[in-house]
Design a protein. Structure first.
Length: 368
C-alpha cells in the first residue's frame, strides 16, 4: 500500500488561492452589517472590536489580528453579561429597551453572522476558483491512499483534483469508497442538509443517511432524533450558484441548509449529518499515518474539539509505541505554533518546522 500520509489543512492552505483567513472574516462580516444598514449591530460590533483589540494589544501571542472565532466567542459572553445586567434593571425582560433585549439582539446578530458566512465563503470561492495553480501543485502529489483532514469550507482542493482527473471521496458511507479521502471536519459549502422525507425531491448524490435497526428490522416508529430526521447530500458545482444564492427562496418541497458548522468554539458539529463518520475517519487516518503534514492550520484556542480528538489518537499511538515516523508543520509562524502541536503529539515527539507559506513550498520535491 505504500507510505500512509495524512495532511491537516487550515485556512492558510486556501489563502494561497485568495480565500480569507479567520482574521479577514471579521471585516467581511462587519461589512454585511453595513450592507444591511443595521446601525445598532454596527455600533455593538464596533464596541466589541474595541474591547477585543484591547485584549490583543496587552497579550503576548502569535498574532494581534482579530480572529472571527475570537470575536464570536467574546460576543457570546457579551450577551451573557447583558443578561446578568437584567437583574439590576427595574423593568421586566419584555419592557422594551432593557438589557435582556440587547442580549437577544446579540444572539440574533450572531445567527446572522453565521448565515452571512456562507455568502462570504461562496463569494470568495468564486474568485479563488480562477487561481488554483498553487493548490494544483499540491494536489498533483496526492496518492490514492492519502487522507486530507481539512477545516476549510471551500471546495478548491476537490475542484483541483477533479481538474486533474484524480479520484477522490469524502469518506462517507454512500460513496464508492475509492480515491483520496477529503475529510471536511467542519462541513463544506457544497454539502446540504435536507429533511429525510424530502431527500428524494433532490436529484443530487446522497452522502449520509443514518439507519436505525429498530426501524428497519423491527418496524419500530421512526425516532424523533436530529441524526435520523436529516440527511446529507452533495450539490454539484453546476447547481451550487443557484442553490446558494437563492437559498432564502426555498420551495416548500425543497428545504435545505448549507452544511457548514459555523463560528466560535462551540460549533454544533453533531447537528451535521455524517460528521461522526468524518471525525472517525480522521482519527483512523491519524492513527495509521506514517507521515503527518500540517499546512496552514494554527490549532487555535477555538479548536478545542480537534485538540481533544487528535490527542486521544496520539495518546493511543504513544501507549502502543507507534509514533508517526515524520511530523512536519508548514506555516509562516511554525516556530511559535510548534508549542501548540507538541501538546497534541507529545513533548518528546520530533516536529520538523517549515517557516513558509503553502505557496512557497515546492511540493513536487517535498512530497516525492
Amino acid at each position: 500500500m505504500g507510505t500512509r500520509r495524512a495532511f491537516i489543512l487550515g485556512a492558510g492552505f486556501s489563502k494561497q488561492a485568495g480565500m480569507p483567513l479567520a482574521t479577514d472574516l471579521t471585516d467581511y462580516l462587519l461589512e454585511k452589517f453595513k450592507e444591511y444598514k443595521q446601525k445598532d449591530a454596527i455600533t455593538w460590533f464596533a464596541w466589541l472590536k474595541e474591547r477585543a483589540n484591547w485584549i490583543e494589544s496587552n497579550r503576548v501571542g502569535i498574532s494581534s489580528l482579530l480572529n472571527i472565532e475570537q470575536i464570536f466567542d467574546l460576543a457570546w459572553f457579551d450577551a451573557e453579561l447583558w443578561r446578568m445586567e437584567q437583574q439590576r434593571c427595574s423593568l421586566g425582560r419584555t419592557a422594551g429597551d432593557v438589557p435582556w433585549q440587547v442580549a437577544e439582539n446579540i444572539d440574533a446578530w450572531l445567527r446572522q453572522m453565521e448565515e452571512d458566512l456562507r455568502d462570504v465563503i461562496w463569494k470568495n470561492q468564486k474568485k479563488a476558483s480562477k487561481n488554483l495553480q498553487h493548490i494544483a501543485n499540491f494536489s498533483q502529489q496526492l496518492w490514492e491512499n492519502d487522507a486530507v483532514l481539512t477545516f476549510n469550507y471551500d471546495t478548491l482542493l476537490e475542484k483541483s483534483l477533479t481538474n486533474q482527473n484524480k479520484v477522490w471521496q469524502y469518506g462517507l458511507p454512500q460513496e464508492n469508497g475509492s480515491g483520496v479521502k477529503i475529510l471536511k471536519m467542519h462541513g463544506s459549502i457544497n454539502w446540504f442538509i435536507v429533511p429525510r422525507n424530502q431527500c428524494e425531491n433532490f436529484d443530487y448524490q446522497l452522502l449520509f443517511r443514518k439507519e436505525d435497526l429498530n426501524v428497519t428490522k423491527h418496524k419500530a416508529p421512526s425516532p424523533d432524533e436530529i441524526e435520523w430526521k436529516y440527511e446529507l447530500i452533495k450539490v454539484p458545482d453546476s447547481s451550487l450558484p443557484n442553490r446558494i444564492e437563492n437559498r432564502m427562496l426555498q420551495h416548500e418541497s425543497k428545504q435545505y441548509v448549507i452544511g457548514i458548522a459555523g463560528l466560535g468554539s462551540y460549533k454544533p458539529i453533531s447537528k451535521l449529518p455524517g460528521s461522526g463518520k468524518v471525525w472517525h475517519n480522521a482519527g483512523r487516518a491519524l492513527y495509521q499515518a506514517d507521515e503527518i503534514y500540517i499546512i496552514g492550520f494554527s490549532l487555535s484556542p477555538f479548536d478545542s474539539m480537534a485538540r481533544l480528538h487528535f490527542s486521544g489518537v496520539m495518546l493511543e499511538r504513544s501507549e502502543k509505541g507507534n509514533p508517526p515516523k515524520k511530523i512536519i508543520l508548514i506555516d509562516p509562524n511554525a516556530c511559535e505554533l510548534k508549542v501548540r502541536f507538541s501538546s497534541i503529539f507529545g513533548q518528546d515527539t520530533p516536529i520538523e518546522i517549515i517557516n513558509k507559506r503553502a505557496e512557497q513550498v515546492d511540493w513536487s520535491v517535498f512530497l516525492r
